[in-house]
Design a protein around this ligand. Structure first.
Ligand code: AMP
Ligand code: GLY
Length: 426
């Protein structure tokens, strides 16, 4: 069986690495892949990013199953297109992917279907947005409507920051936000307090299977300071998701979402990721939906997956999730992101990376923003590597991840030193 993984990040490296372990797989391709998937002898990079060309390539090469990592091809309709050409692909359709690609869509959806989320309003008019913020006061959260690779959210602690964010998101064209139809739009919402967790499931259109829980670290700097990023590190499982919180997340968020989509005429297939805010009483609110697995959460989650990932995806693409039992390593996996100079606003590219250690079952260096040029690995994006380790406790996994990372060097490297701190504070 040939399988194709679409994307070029650390998540896709982990997906391809895991799939390559399946005995039934003949070849794993990654399009376009990165420096890590290039140097892995079990993987082949396919340098195609145009979706129509990629679909033709999948047909010509008899690809049996395609797995989509990132949101952009999903929002562009890759699933609809591949299916229309008879190809088997795991992911949501373009309509279903709006849960992530439009914050305005997902907030209105949650409101309509009674899914717990922060109170909010949506604006296209700058003056009205400013007036709303003045009325509500700070702290308050300003979110760009379109996809922004994790950078379209400003948690404003002061009114000045909120006003600046509104101007930036509604009028600035350099932010890198893909505006949805109707132009620039912001969602402004209530500031929530609590602890976050990433709650991911697979959905086959009818049934849902939960993946292991995890927690991301979205801020750039230690102690959750600095700007939001795509994620600076993650670990699995997340102790904040107790059995009770897990049951609530399924009952109050995941199942009503799948049913709500169905009521709205949209069958949900693919991964569904709910970003949850959990208060000290274990009550949850949905911060956001993603229509894919998280990055970097995927790296620790897949290191813990003991089941054959191919079998999981085959069940997920044939309405077979009801009878699927996924097996997880009891140990903790923890991944530390090494990011480029200038990340998240202006990542520098082209810095040579040295000291990459040998991979093992218990310590993997998943590549993200890297390329291989004449045998040399260079930085080529914001998040460069995710060093992920498996051990008996959070503390040991943390030590092992940082120890593995310690030999790796590139100019301007940024890395948080405290990944996992919330699980260690008790
Ligand atoms: P989002 O992309 O919507 O998940 O937002 C990115 C990050 O911003 C989240 O992971 C939170 O850390 C933070 N955030 C988003 N919405 C809120 C909110 N309403 N209250 C507090 N923090 C938030
Ligand atoms: N790490 C957060 C995300 O993938 O959206």
């Amino acid at each position: 069986m040939k399988v194709l993984v679409v994307g070029s990040g650390g998540r896709e490296h982990a997906m391809a690495w895991k799939l390559a372990q399946s005995p039934r797989i003949q070849q794993v391709y990654v399009a376009p892949g990165n420096g890590g998937t290039a140097k892995d002898p079990g993987l082949i990079n396919v340098p195609i990013t145009d979706l129509a060309q990629l679909r033709q390539w999948a047909i010509d090469n008899s690809v049996f199953l395609t797995l989509v990592g990132p949101e952009a091809p999903l929002a562009a309709g890759i699933v609809d297109d591949f299916r229309a050409h008879g190809l088997r692909i795991f992911g949501p359709t373009q309509a279903a992917a709006q849960l992530e690609s439009s914050k305005a869509f997902s907030k209105a959806f949650m409101q309509r279907h009674g899914i717990p989320t922060a109170e909010f309003e949506t604006f296209t008019d700058t003056a009205l947005a400013h007036a709303y913020v003045d009325r509500k006061g700070a702290p308050i959260v300003v979110k760009a409507d379109g996809l922004a690779a994790g950078k379209g959210v400003v948690v404003a602690m002061t009114l000045a920051q909120a006003h600046e964010a509104i101007d930036f998101m509604l009028t600035d064209t350099t932010l890198g936000v893909a505006h949805n139809m109707g132009g620039a739009r912001v969602v402004i919402e209530e500031f929530l307090q609590g602890e976050e967790a990433s709650f991911m499931v697979l959905c086959d259109g009818k049934h849902v299977a939960a993946l292991a829980t995890s927690q991301d670290h979205k801020r750039l700097l230690d102690g959750d300071e600095g700007p939001n990023t795509g994620g600076m590190g993650a670990y699995s499982p997340a102790p904040v998701v107790t059995a009770d919180v897990h049951a609530r997340a399924m009952r109050e968020v995941i199942l009503p979402t799948i049913r709500g989509m169905e009521k709205d005429g949209i069958v949900y297939t693919g991964f569904l990721y709910a970003g949850l805010m959990i208060d000290p009483q274990g009550r949850i609110k949905t911060l956001e939906f993603n229509c894919r697995m998280g990055d970097p959460e995927t790296q620790p989650i897949l290191m813990r997956l003991k089941s054959d990932f191919l079998e999981v995806l085959l069940a997920a693409t044939s309405e077979g999730l009801e009878s699927l039992e996924m097996e997880w390593d009891r140990r903790v996996a923890l991944g530390v992101v090494m990011a480029a100079a200038g990340y998240p606003m202006n990542p520098r590219k082209g810095d040579p990376i040295s000291g990459l250690p040998e991979d093992s079952d218990e310590a993997m260096v998943f590549h993200a923003g890297t390329t291989e040029t004449d045998g040399q690995i260079l930085t080529s994006g914001g998040r460069v590597l995710c060093v992920t380790a498996l051990a008996d406790s959070v503390r040991q996994a943390q030590q092992k991840a940082y120890q593995t990372a310690s030999s790796i060097e590139f100019d301007g490297m940024q890395m948080r030193k405290d990944i996992g701190f919330r699980a260690l504070k008790n």
